[in-house]
Design a protein around this ligand. Sequence first.
Ligand code: NCD
Length: 318
Amino acid sequence: MDVPAWPHRHLLDADGLSRDELETVMSLAEQMAEARASREPLALLRGRQLTTLFYEASTRTRVSFEVAARALGAEVDTVSVSLSSVTKGESLVDTVRTLEALGTDLLVMRHSRSGAPYLAARHARGSIVNAGDGWHAHPTQALLDLFTLRRRLPGRSVAGRRIVIVGDLLRSRVARSNIWTLTAAGANVVLCAPRALLAGFESWAGALPPDRQLSVTDDLESALRGADAVMALRIQRERDAGSGLPSVADYVAGYGLSASRLREAKPEVLLMHPGPVNEGVEVTAEVANGASSLILEQVANGVPVRMAVLALLARGAA
Ligand code: NCD
Protein backbone atom coordinates (compact mmCIF):
# COMPACT_ATOMS: atom_id res chain seq x y z
CA MET A 1 0.00 0.00 0.00
CA ASP A 2 1.34 3.41 -0.97
CA VAL A 3 1.12 6.01 1.78
CA PRO A 4 1.28 9.48 0.23
CA ALA A 5 3.57 12.21 1.56
CA TRP A 6 2.10 14.10 4.52
CA PRO A 7 3.30 17.48 5.72
CA HIS A 8 2.17 17.32 9.38
CA ARG A 9 4.08 15.79 12.29
CA HIS A 10 1.14 15.96 14.71
CA LEU A 11 -2.65 15.76 14.49
CA LEU A 12 -3.93 18.30 17.01
CA ASP A 13 -7.12 19.52 15.34
CA ALA A 14 -8.95 19.22 12.06
CA ASP A 15 -8.81 22.97 11.38
CA GLY A 16 -5.46 22.73 9.64
CA LEU A 17 -6.55 20.06 7.15
CA SER A 18 -7.26 21.22 3.61
CA ARG A 19 -9.93 19.67 1.42
CA ASP A 20 -7.20 17.75 -0.46
CA GLU A 21 -5.73 16.45 2.79
CA LEU A 22 -9.17 15.27 3.88
CA GLU A 23 -9.42 13.42 0.56
CA THR A 24 -6.03 11.82 1.22
CA VAL A 25 -7.15 10.57 4.65
CA MET A 26 -10.48 9.33 3.27
CA SER A 27 -8.98 7.37 0.40
CA LEU A 28 -6.23 5.87 2.53
CA ALA A 29 -8.86 4.89 5.16
CA GLU A 30 -10.83 3.20 2.36
CA GLN A 31 -7.74 1.17 1.45
CA MET A 32 -7.18 0.31 5.11
CA ALA A 33 -10.78 -0.93 5.38
CA GLU A 34 -10.30 -3.13 2.30
CA ALA A 35 -6.99 -4.49 3.60
CA ARG A 36 -8.64 -5.37 6.91
CA ALA A 37 -11.60 -7.02 5.20
CA SER A 38 -9.26 -9.19 3.11
CA ARG A 39 -6.96 -9.83 6.09
CA GLU A 40 -4.01 -8.46 4.18
CA PRO A 41 -1.12 -8.10 6.63
CA LEU A 42 0.21 -4.55 6.93
CA ALA A 43 3.48 -3.54 8.53
CA LEU A 44 3.50 0.21 8.00
CA LEU A 45 4.20 0.85 11.69
CA ARG A 46 6.63 -1.99 12.28
CA GLY A 47 9.36 -0.84 14.63
CA ARG A 48 7.20 2.03 15.94
CA GLN A 49 6.03 2.35 19.50
CA LEU A 50 2.62 3.90 20.14
CA THR A 51 1.42 4.82 23.63
CA THR A 52 -2.09 5.85 24.63
CA LEU A 53 -2.18 8.36 27.49
CA PHE A 54 -5.76 9.11 28.52
CA TYR A 55 -6.43 11.47 31.42
CA GLU A 56 -10.17 11.07 30.82
CA ALA A 57 -12.43 8.06 30.48
CA SER A 58 -12.76 6.38 27.10
CA THR A 59 -13.75 3.04 25.65
CA ARG A 60 -14.11 3.32 21.89
CA THR A 61 -11.49 5.96 21.13
CA ARG A 62 -8.65 4.39 23.10
CA VAL A 63 -9.36 0.81 22.03
CA SER A 64 -9.79 1.86 18.42
CA PHE A 65 -6.38 3.61 18.36
CA GLU A 66 -4.80 0.52 19.90
CA VAL A 67 -6.47 -1.88 17.46
CA ALA A 68 -5.44 0.40 14.57
CA ALA A 69 -1.81 0.60 15.70
CA ARG A 70 -1.55 -3.16 16.19
CA ALA A 71 -3.12 -3.80 12.80
CA LEU A 72 -0.21 -1.84 11.31
CA GLY A 73 2.43 -3.75 13.25
CA ALA A 74 3.24 -1.19 15.96
CA GLU A 75 4.15 -2.01 19.52
CA VAL A 76 1.37 -0.61 21.73
CA ASP A 77 1.47 0.51 25.35
CA THR A 78 -1.33 1.90 27.49
CA VAL A 79 -0.74 4.26 30.39
CA SER A 80 -3.38 3.95 33.09
CA VAL A 81 -3.25 7.51 34.32
CA SER A 82 -4.89 6.69 37.65
CA LEU A 83 -2.04 4.19 38.35
CA SER A 84 0.76 6.34 36.92
CA SER A 85 3.13 8.91 38.43
CA VAL A 86 0.63 11.58 37.36
CA THR A 87 -1.03 10.87 40.70
CA LYS A 88 2.31 11.82 42.34
CA GLY A 89 2.24 15.22 40.70
CA GLU A 90 4.29 14.53 37.56
CA SER A 91 3.67 17.25 34.97
CA LEU A 92 2.37 16.56 31.48
CA VAL A 93 5.68 17.61 29.95
CA ASP A 94 7.63 15.25 32.26
CA THR A 95 5.25 12.43 31.39
CA VAL A 96 5.75 13.01 27.65
CA ARG A 97 9.55 13.10 28.03
CA THR A 98 9.50 9.97 30.19
CA LEU A 99 7.41 8.03 27.68
CA GLU A 100 9.69 9.14 24.84
CA ALA A 101 12.76 8.06 26.84
CA LEU A 102 11.08 4.65 27.02
CA GLY A 103 10.80 4.52 23.25
CA THR A 104 7.37 6.01 22.44
CA ASP A 105 7.35 7.76 19.09
CA LEU A 106 3.60 8.11 18.59
CA LEU A 107 1.70 9.45 21.58
CA VAL A 108 -2.10 9.44 21.50
CA MET A 109 -3.48 11.59 24.27
CA ARG A 110 -6.77 12.71 25.78
CA HIS A 111 -6.92 15.45 28.37
CA SER A 112 -9.64 17.43 30.10
CA ARG A 113 -7.80 20.69 29.42
CA SER A 114 -8.21 22.32 26.04
CA GLY A 115 -4.76 22.85 24.55
CA ALA A 116 -2.95 20.12 26.51
CA PRO A 117 -1.86 18.25 23.33
CA TYR A 118 -0.40 21.50 21.96
CA LEU A 119 1.79 21.78 25.06
CA ALA A 120 2.84 18.15 24.64
CA ALA A 121 3.64 18.75 20.95
CA ARG A 122 5.95 21.64 21.82
CA HIS A 123 8.08 19.31 23.92
CA ALA A 124 7.78 16.03 22.00
CA ARG A 125 10.34 14.65 19.58
CA GLY A 126 7.82 12.26 18.04
CA SER A 127 4.18 12.73 16.96
CA ILE A 128 1.26 13.74 19.15
CA VAL A 129 -2.27 12.73 18.23
CA ASN A 130 -5.10 14.55 19.99
CA ALA A 131 -7.77 12.05 21.07
CA GLY A 132 -9.88 14.80 22.64
CA ASP A 133 -8.88 17.91 24.64
CA GLY A 134 -11.47 19.60 26.85
CA TRP A 135 -14.16 21.28 24.82
CA HIS A 136 -11.74 22.05 22.03
CA ALA A 137 -11.07 19.31 19.48
CA HIS A 138 -11.36 15.62 18.63
CA PRO A 139 -9.99 15.41 15.10
CA THR A 140 -10.05 11.65 14.53
CA GLN A 141 -13.72 11.53 15.57
CA ALA A 142 -14.51 14.15 12.94
CA LEU A 143 -12.53 12.20 10.33
CA LEU A 144 -14.35 8.95 11.10
CA ASP A 145 -17.68 10.78 11.02
CA LEU A 146 -16.86 12.16 7.59
CA PHE A 147 -15.77 8.70 6.42
CA THR A 148 -19.00 7.14 7.75
CA LEU A 149 -21.19 9.75 6.07
CA ARG A 150 -19.40 9.49 2.74
CA ARG A 151 -19.77 5.72 2.71
CA ARG A 152 -23.51 5.99 3.29
CA LEU A 153 -24.52 9.01 1.22
CA PRO A 154 -25.39 8.57 -2.46
CA GLY A 155 -22.51 9.87 -4.55
CA ARG A 156 -20.16 9.25 -1.63
CA SER A 157 -19.96 12.94 -0.84
CA VAL A 158 -21.26 15.31 1.83
CA ALA A 159 -21.15 18.30 -0.55
CA GLY A 160 -24.47 20.16 -0.46
CA ARG A 161 -25.90 17.81 2.18
CA ARG A 162 -27.77 19.19 5.17
CA ILE A 163 -26.09 17.84 8.30
CA VAL A 164 -27.69 18.84 11.61
CA ILE A 165 -25.71 18.63 14.86
CA VAL A 166 -28.04 18.63 17.88
CA GLY A 167 -27.15 18.62 21.55
CA ASP A 168 -24.54 19.92 23.94
CA LEU A 169 -22.63 21.98 21.43
CA LEU A 170 -21.13 24.23 24.08
CA ARG A 171 -19.00 21.49 25.61
CA SER A 172 -18.52 19.40 22.49
CA ARG A 173 -15.03 18.91 21.07
CA VAL A 174 -16.64 16.47 18.61
CA ALA A 175 -18.85 19.23 17.19
CA ARG A 176 -16.00 21.75 16.99
CA SER A 177 -13.84 19.38 14.94
CA ASN A 178 -16.78 18.27 12.81
CA ILE A 179 -17.58 21.86 11.93
CA TRP A 180 -14.14 22.18 10.32
CA THR A 181 -14.17 18.93 8.39
CA LEU A 182 -17.82 18.97 7.26
CA THR A 183 -17.77 22.58 6.08
CA ALA A 184 -14.40 22.01 4.37
CA ALA A 185 -15.96 19.06 2.52
CA GLY A 186 -18.85 21.24 1.35
CA ALA A 187 -21.67 20.20 3.69
CA ASN A 188 -24.35 22.61 4.86
CA VAL A 189 -23.96 22.33 8.64
CA VAL A 190 -26.78 23.36 10.97
CA LEU A 191 -26.16 23.58 14.73
CA CYS A 192 -29.20 23.19 16.96
CA ALA A 193 -29.53 23.44 20.75
CA PRO A 194 -31.11 25.56 23.45
CA ARG A 195 -29.61 29.09 23.27
CA ALA A 196 -27.45 28.56 26.37
CA LEU A 197 -25.58 25.76 24.59
CA LEU A 198 -25.01 27.74 21.39
CA ALA A 199 -22.85 30.50 22.85
CA GLY A 200 -20.03 31.51 20.54
CA PHE A 201 -21.18 29.52 17.51
CA GLU A 202 -23.02 32.40 15.85
CA SER A 203 -19.86 34.46 15.66
CA TRP A 204 -18.01 31.41 14.38
CA ALA A 205 -20.60 31.04 11.59
CA GLY A 206 -20.23 34.72 10.75
CA ALA A 207 -16.44 34.51 10.59
CA LEU A 208 -16.21 31.58 8.17
CA PRO A 209 -15.25 32.22 4.53
CA PRO A 210 -18.29 32.51 2.21
CA ASP A 211 -17.71 29.09 0.65
CA ARG A 212 -18.39 27.41 4.02
CA GLN A 213 -21.98 26.89 5.15
CA LEU A 214 -22.70 26.98 8.87
CA SER A 215 -25.87 28.16 10.59
CA VAL A 216 -27.22 28.16 14.13
CA THR A 217 -30.77 27.77 15.48
CA ASP A 218 -32.61 26.84 18.66
CA ASP A 219 -35.62 25.58 16.67
CA LEU A 220 -35.31 21.82 16.25
CA GLU A 221 -38.23 21.41 13.86
CA SER A 222 -36.87 23.85 11.31
CA ALA A 223 -33.33 22.49 11.74
CA LEU A 224 -34.47 18.97 10.93
CA ARG A 225 -36.50 19.93 7.87
CA GLY A 226 -34.90 18.28 4.85
CA ALA A 227 -31.91 16.97 6.81
CA ASP A 228 -29.76 14.28 5.20
CA ALA A 229 -28.07 13.37 8.47
CA VAL A 230 -28.50 14.22 12.13
CA MET A 231 -25.68 13.95 14.63
CA ALA A 232 -26.80 13.83 18.26
CA LEU A 233 -24.44 14.88 21.06
CA ARG A 234 -24.45 13.81 24.68
CA ILE A 235 -25.34 16.28 27.41
CA GLN A 236 -21.97 16.36 29.16
CA ARG A 237 -22.69 16.80 32.82
CA GLU A 238 -19.12 15.91 33.85
CA ARG A 239 -17.85 18.87 31.85
CA ASP A 240 -20.50 21.13 33.37
CA ALA A 241 -19.40 24.69 33.89
CA GLY A 242 -22.47 25.03 36.09
CA SER A 243 -24.43 27.61 34.15
CA GLY A 244 -27.14 27.88 31.61
CA LEU A 245 -27.93 24.19 31.36
CA PRO A 246 -31.55 23.12 30.96
CA SER A 247 -32.75 20.25 33.17
CA VAL A 248 -32.63 16.82 31.54
CA ALA A 249 -36.43 16.74 31.41
CA ASP A 250 -36.56 20.14 29.66
CA TYR A 251 -33.85 19.08 27.25
CA VAL A 252 -35.65 15.85 26.32
CA ALA A 253 -38.93 17.69 25.87
CA GLY A 254 -37.38 20.29 23.56
CA TYR A 255 -34.54 18.51 21.80
CA GLY A 256 -34.63 14.74 22.37
CA LEU A 257 -34.55 12.96 19.00
CA SER A 258 -37.50 10.62 18.57
CA ALA A 259 -38.86 8.80 15.53
CA SER A 260 -41.72 11.29 15.23
CA ARG A 261 -39.42 14.33 15.35
CA LEU A 262 -37.15 12.78 12.72
CA ARG A 263 -40.09 12.68 10.30
CA GLU A 264 -39.26 16.32 9.54
CA ALA A 265 -36.00 15.10 8.00
CA LYS A 266 -35.60 13.29 4.68
CA PRO A 267 -37.11 9.75 4.79
CA GLU A 268 -33.64 8.25 4.32
CA VAL A 269 -32.08 10.40 7.08
CA LEU A 270 -28.96 8.99 8.74
CA LEU A 271 -28.62 9.15 12.52
CA MET A 272 -25.19 9.51 14.08
CA HIS A 273 -23.81 9.86 17.60
CA PRO A 274 -20.16 9.80 18.70
CA GLY A 275 -21.09 7.83 21.82
CA PRO A 276 -21.38 7.22 24.65
CA VAL A 277 -25.16 7.48 24.18
CA ASN A 278 -27.54 8.34 26.99
CA GLU A 279 -30.55 6.56 25.57
CA GLY A 280 -33.77 8.38 26.35
CA VAL A 281 -31.99 11.74 26.68
CA GLU A 282 -30.46 13.00 23.44
CA VAL A 283 -32.02 10.18 21.43
CA THR A 284 -34.64 7.51 22.12
CA ALA A 285 -33.53 3.87 22.33
CA GLU A 286 -35.80 3.15 19.35
CA VAL A 287 -33.95 5.65 17.14
CA ALA A 288 -30.46 4.83 18.48
CA ASN A 289 -31.00 1.16 17.65
CA GLY A 290 -33.15 1.68 14.56
CA ALA A 291 -32.46 1.13 10.88
CA SER A 292 -31.22 4.67 10.23
CA SER A 293 -28.65 4.55 13.03
CA LEU A 294 -24.98 4.52 12.04
CA ILE A 295 -23.72 4.56 15.63
CA LEU A 296 -21.94 1.19 15.52
CA GLU A 297 -20.66 1.85 12.02
CA GLN A 298 -19.01 5.00 13.37
CA VAL A 299 -17.29 2.90 16.02
CA ALA A 300 -16.14 0.29 13.49
CA ASN A 301 -14.93 2.93 11.04
CA GLY A 302 -12.73 4.40 13.76
CA VAL A 303 -10.22 1.63 13.12
CA PRO A 304 -9.44 2.14 9.38
CA VAL A 305 -9.59 5.92 9.77
CA ARG A 306 -7.11 5.86 12.67
CA MET A 307 -4.93 3.41 10.72
CA ALA A 308 -4.80 5.97 7.91
CA VAL A 309 -3.94 8.81 10.29
CA LEU A 310 -1.20 6.84 12.03
CA ALA A 311 0.32 5.68 8.73
CA LEU A 312 0.37 9.26 7.41
CA LEU A 313 1.95 10.65 10.58
CA ALA A 314 4.55 7.89 10.62
CA ARG A 315 5.36 8.63 6.98
CA GLY A 316 5.50 12.38 7.61
CA ALA A 317 7.77 12.02 10.61
CA ALA A 318 10.05 9.46 8.93
C1 NCD B 1 -16.89 11.88 22.84
C2 NCD B 1 -15.74 12.47 23.58
O1 NCD B 1 -15.20 11.90 24.52
O2 NCD B 1 -15.36 13.54 23.15
N1 NCD B 1 -16.87 10.53 22.66
C3 NCD B 1 -15.98 9.94 21.79
O3 NCD B 1 -14.80 10.17 21.81
N2 NCD B 1 -16.47 9.09 20.87
C4 NCD B 1 -18.19 12.48 23.18
C5 NCD B 1 -18.67 12.43 24.60
O4 NCD B 1 -17.93 12.29 25.55
O5 NCD B 1 -19.91 12.57 24.74
